[in-house]
Design a protein around this ligand. Sequence first.
Ligand code: SAM
Length: 392
Amino acid sequence: MRALASPEGQLLLAGLPAYDDREVLALGERLRREGLDAAFVSAALTQSRLRERAVGKLGPDAARMLLTQEGLEQASRREVADRRAERLVATVGPDALVADLGCGIGADSLALARAGLRVLAVERDPATAAAAAANVRALGLDDRVEVRTADLADADLAGVAAAYLDPARRGEGRRTTDPEQWSPPWSAVLRLAARVPVVAKVAPGLAHELVPAGADAEWVSVDGDVVECAVWTGGLSRGGGRSAVLLPGGDVLPGRGTPPPRAVAPFGFLYEPDGAVIRAGLVAEAAELVDGWLLDPTIAYVTAERLVRTPFLTAYRVLDAVPFSLRRVRDLLRAHGAGDVVVKKRGTAVVPEAFRGQLLPGLPQRGRGPTLTIVLTRVLGAHTALLVERCA
Ligand SMILES: C[S@@+](CC[C@H](N)C(=O)[O-])C[C@H]1O[C@@H](n2cnc3c(N)ncnc32)[C@H](O)[C@@H]1O
């Protein structure tokens, strides 16, 4: 990492062509023939591959950053880090000093600095800290970010207005869902929150009861994929409670303690809540937006009489409904001339792709007719198949 961060390393990286798997062997050979050290060339080509993979997550900055495989996997997505930084700066004010405790390769530190904050970035892994330091330099933010190689427990928090923590969720290469196995553990994050206001990024599966009283918990999705839960404590909280945040649009659905609606047979429209709405436990709040009802008390599908556009729910027109069985579903698809089928499900053990494989051979119009969508779920407890069409 040090060799790549050196002027010679930066020069080599800047001169490499766009990464191409098919060209990499020949390129490596050419660079070695030109007299470059084999290990140096190999590290540069690995870096080039990581940068190419990182663009979707980190945006154009990726082309100038030093990455490690693990650092990239753990890094926050650009749009999520930017939104968090904007919310933080709105509370603590521009130029405030914040600590990024366990900064990894620095994706969040960069966002915090770009938003106008000063950042004390602490990382205990020396190679990762070296990458973070190289990244703040490469992006011209080294006047706002100081990277220290240290354990976060030893960080001096004097003058720090808020701390950001993104605990590592990997132990021995595997992801761990037990918050006490994270580094730092959730209990340590909460102890720190008693000393300084904290915003913590945690796994979306965090149990609601682990969110401390008075804290805001935001479940965030990007293009419908739930990526994290952010917990804002102390002075960073805006009153406490759960919400769903949908990026890139930035729509926010706050929890209001709405009681769940009754379960009913399907009306003309089926609505599928965004994953962030479901994880935040706000299906009732979302249903209220469309005057909707549940299909089953335990399942996150909403049905309503009218079509209402909202980013929190994907709307489908219900074309038909039959009790669930292979024969009934096949007959339904045949009657509608289906050429292919997409199977969605909620609240049933059926494996969608396997079920599709059973359906396809029975479709006379296979490969010619339209692709139709079947939703397998429970309606008032009964296994049911709905033929639906996504509302444009
Ligand atoms: C999930 S990553 C951070 C990713 C970062 N937010 C980003 O977007 O690039 C967590 C980092 O915390 C570091 N870490 C874990 N425990 C630590 C500790 N006690 N002190 C300092 N760093 C720690 C790990 O080495 C890892 O790099």
